[in-house]
Design a binder for this molecule. Sequence first.
Ligand code: NAD
Length: 337
Amino acid sequence: MIRVGVNGYGTIGKRVADAVDAQPDMEVVGVAKTQPNFEAHTAVQRGYQMYAAIPERMPLFAEAGIDVAGAVDELVADADVVVDCTPSGIGAKNKELYESHDTPAIFQGGEDADVADVSFNARSNYDAALGADYVRAVSCNTTGLSRIIAPLREEYGVEKVRATLVRRGGDPGQNSRGPINDILPNPIKVPSHHGPDVKTIFPDLAIDTLGMKVPATLMHVHSLNVTLEDDVTGAHVRQLLEKESRVYVIPEGMGIDGAGKLKDFALDAGRPRGDLWENCVWGESIATEGRDLYLFQAIHQESDVIPENVDAIRAMTESASQADSMATTDEYLGVGI
Ligand code: NAD
């Protein structure tokens, strides 16, 4: 069993812990939190050992009725791999802690790429993380773009990617973010930083991205234009994407016309937290004009990176091949619609 510690138990951390807990070859040795809030109580209910991310705050956990197994450095010492799910910038500060215990760690997409030896997307560059000590699971948007670009490159070759990312203003619980009534070019500077981030996965890719922010919390929506090296039909691309386990091509007739209905669909299906681990590509939108491919996809920012973190653990510990790891993750998490 691979013993996994989760440092930072918020939007991403709680999902990573549950996904690891569901795997047959991994166990959660504990989670570290800064404060005994509602998520800490949920972690205890789920049977995770609680560690204090800030040791001086241990008495606060006791006052809230939460038993603390120790301080975060004990969790790091005890784990085979730590998944750092702390807010952007904190992960890089935690690296020293992981190094001091010789514990391999996975960082999240909010960190700069140079925090780790490898930026990771299971479908695109699993083998690059084999045996690595420090890996960065790339952001939700980069994960969503990589999952589409990898099969297109393999099947047709890609000359250039152009993508406009219509991003949610904040996650549902982030009530201080926005905009609440505006439509923002964001960042205004073009091209945006998202393209260079995708190049951490595909260094030789030609890609330009533009970002926007809108008053929504549900999902991001990407408008993609990919110039391929071959002339292909939209139907052929659709068949290709339908074979990808982490891409859901929304069939016509489902009546899913936006992110709201996608989230309803996930909740109706009994998905935990209404999560959509897959890219959701509107089948009707997949169209080609010569070598130019167009499509719309929705990306659930809170959950698409979760299977990637699980695969990164297996790659770092060299405990499974790409195909075996992705298949196991998908089976035990329930990925694939
Ligand atoms: P979050 O704020 O929901 O959760 C972070 C958790 O870490 C919180 O519980 C916070 O209290 C805790 N924390 C703060 N300081 C800590 C410390 N020193 N030690 C331990 N825990 C600490 O953030 P999130 O949305 O889960 O984001 C985590 C990382 O994942 C970021 O790098 C982010 O960019 C990335 N990410 C977020 C999303 C998303 O949409 N939410 C998607 C993909 C990647």
